[in-house]
Write a protein that binds this ligand. Structure first.
Ligand SMILES: [Zn+2]
Length: 465
């Protein structure tokens, strides 16, 4: 993008440490990316122009350029009425749909917030974290985040308003909300860097298991943390771990299930001996990012290790194949009435159950959100099924588009997995939220039954004709 170097350089230019460039790239897109053709200058104007050659690992500067007000040399062109800016859907750019490949745009939507936060920190020696964070949200996103505790919260809308950064925005907002930055003396820049890395390590080309799902689960977790039995007893460490576990629980998900990894002898299956392969990988990836970011480096080593262990236990609880173990333990506790929330082990167990509920709560959301999530997860399942068929493998249950439909998959999932879990949860936490969730669950199941009937009608008609 040689054109950028001819443009005036604003006073925002400043050195970027080598480790930032080499590790993740302060701005992680390639200047030779196919995304910027055929009209690179056109997009440069829209993006405020950023010149950075990712091939040059020794680059020391990122130049922030502004071409919008640049005067043209030579005779002044005749004044024309201003044309509205072209409608560019930046989500399309981020999705990688028109890029060279899935990895080509990975990280393209990384916010420049690390640099921005540093800038703010330099200008204001003792800022309140809230001020630093809120500056980046944008007015509408801030408004939407005010409703983060509502069960009908629209995470899709937040994602659009934050230009695909819903996981970072939402989790930061919750860290501020719970006072975790102050309580754990967290460095805001490290926290932001950690969350940006978490968001990026989700694969944006997965239809379902991407950062938006993680944001949705984190929001659900926040709703559960507010439930009276939890809110009155959980420690700040419980809350911190609950939020981090929710945000990282599917980190680097490959978009296929464990069965696929085992059958294809994927190295992760070998590494984790075919047991909770994905969940172990999510946990280890989360620990890797935690350590790399240095977010908890100021805490005692024993505390860090304990937190990493508990984080693993929360993430591993999302393994659906182990749901019956958790459910029978939960039922035992509920029948004997022996759950004591002043007991750290019991609190942790309830956090595990909350994590499980948050992970599979899509069918308990309002119908519009439930349908959106269902279409995404079905797309991911069917994509796996197509791959299996292409390679002459046995097609996994729920992944065969020839024998399944979205409605059928959802009815089975609700009946076998979601209802048993949420019935027990609502016994434990008999609150208005639980009643709302069970109401949606029942209405949505009825909705899927209607869809199934509608699907069957044309088939019957064509069979009889
Ligand atoms: Zn998940």
């Amino acid at each position: 993008m040689a054109v950028c170097y001819q443009l005036p350089v604003l006073a925002l230019d400043r050195p970027v440490p080598k480790h930032v460039l080499s590790r993740r790239g302060a701005i992680s897109f390639s200047s030779s990316s196919a995304l910027f053709s055929p009209t690179p200058r056109h997009l440069s104007k829209r993006r405020g122009a950023i010149s950075y050659d990712s091939a040059d690992q020794t680059a020391l500067f990122i130049r922030l350029l502004d071409v919008r007000g640049r005067s043209q040399p030579g005779p002044q062109p005749q004044r024309r009425a201003p044309r509205p800016p072209p409608q560019v859907d930046f989500r399309d750019l981020h999705s990688g749909r028109d890029a060279a490949g899935p990895g080509a745009t990975r990280g393209l939507h990384r916010p420049l917030s690390l640099q921005r936060s540093r800038h703010v920190l330099q200008r204001s020696p003792a800022p309140e974290p809230r001020h630093i964070l809120d500056r980046d949200y944008g007015g509408q996103a801030t408004c939407v985040l005010q409703r983060v505790g509502c069960w009908d919260f629209d995470v899709f809308l937040l994602d659009r308003l934050t230009n695909g950064n819903s996981l970072v925005s939402l989790t930061l907002h919750l860290f501020v909300h719970y006072g975790l930055i102050r309580l754990f003396q967290l460095d805001v820049v490290k926290l932001r860097r950690f969350l940006v890395c978490v968001q990026e390590d989700y694969r944006s080309h997965n239809p379902y298991h991407n950062a938006l799902h993680a944001a949705d689960v984190t929001q659900a977790m926040h709703c559960f943390l507010r439930e009276p039995q939890l809110a009155e007893t959980l420690t700040s460490c419980d809350i911190l771990l609950g939020l981090v576990a929710a945000a990282t629980h599917d980190l680097d998900h490959p978009g296929v299930n464990q069965r696929f990894l085992v059958q294809t002898e994927h190295h992760l299956a070998a590494l984790y001996q075919n047991t909770s392969v994905l969940e172990n990988h999510h946990w280890k990836s989360a620990v890797g990012l935690l350590r790399e970011s240095g977010l908890l480096a100021h805490r005692p080593a024993s505390e860090r290790l304990k937190m990493e262990e508990r984080l693993g236990s929360l993430i591993l609880a999302t393994d659906i194949s182990r749901q019956n173990d958790y459910l029978s333990q939960f039922r035992c506790h509920l029948q004997s009435g022996d759950l004591r929330m002043d007991n750290a082990n019991h609190r942790h167990f309830i956090l595990q159950m909350a994590m499980k509920c948050a992970d599979i709560c899509n069918p308990c959301r309002p119908w519009r959100l439930c349908k959106l999530w269902s279409s995404k997860v079905t797309e991911e399942f069917f994509h796996q099924g197509d791959t299996e068929r292409k390679h002459n493998m046995e097609v996994s249950p729920m992944c065969d588009r020839q024998t399944n439909s979205m409605a059928k998959i959802q009815i089975d999932f609700i009946s076998n997995v979601v209802e048993p879990l949420f019935s027990e949860w609502s016994r434990f936490s008999a609150t208005p939220l639980s009643r709302v969730m069970m109401g949606h669950l029942s209405a949505n199941k009825a909705g899927w039954r209607r869809s199934l009937l509608e699907e069957a009608e044309p088939a019957k008609l064509s069979a009889s004709s």
